[in-house]
Ligand binder design. Structure first.
Ligand SMILES: [Zn+2]
Length: 163
């Protein structure tokens, strides 16, 4: 059975729940979008859930932010939809219609107790400012941009996938 993750914004207008096979908060993203919108300490942590199981209360309070991304001088609007609470500003989850079966809640919005990851992945490090000094554990992996393994592969290759 997948884990049922329950989350909410700070003010309580938005509550949500979603099933996840991959509940370890191991993936720290230092990109400027995650850092500025959801990561005051320098990074945000994305989990992964099955979008078909996403149940949301308080939809009227949800705003969607699609970031503009500079790709080699061309400004594009990201297909990723960052859902946040319009009332209190809490970052809730990322949904990208390119992968409609997935939804990526921010670990910071989850109220269910999450497992402590045995090791971590630090990604998008080339976008971090100098003052953010990553706390890299002995088995952690670091990437200037995207990691090699998907969230699913990372869990499965470590025996951490929740069936
Ligand atoms: Zn709120």
């Amino acid at each position: 059975m997948p884990v049922r993750l329950e989350g909410s914004c700070r003010c309580g207008k938005v509550r949500f729940a979603v099933d996840s096979h991959t509940p370890h908060p191991y993936q720290l993203c230092y990109c400027s979008i995650c850092r500025k919108t959801a990561g005051g300490g320098g990074y945000a942590i994305n989990l992964m859930g099955d979008s078909a199981t996403l149940d949301v209360k308080g939809k009227r309070s949800i705003g969607i932010y699609r970031a503009e991304v500079d790709r080699d001088g061309n400004c594009e609007v990201s297909s990723g939809e960052r859902n946040f609470c319009k009332s209190c500003g809490t970052a809730l989850w990322l949904y990208d219609p390119t992968w409609p079966e997935l939804v990526h809640p921010f670990a910071s919005a989850i109220d269910t107790e999450l497992p402590v990851p045995p090791e971590k992945v630090h990604l998008m490090l080339r976008f971090k400012p100098a003052w953010v000094v990553p706390d890299i554990g002995p088995n952690d992996r670091t990437f200037q941009e995207y990691p090699e393994q998907s969230i699913e592969d990372w869990h499965k290759s470590r025996g951490l996938w929740v069936d």
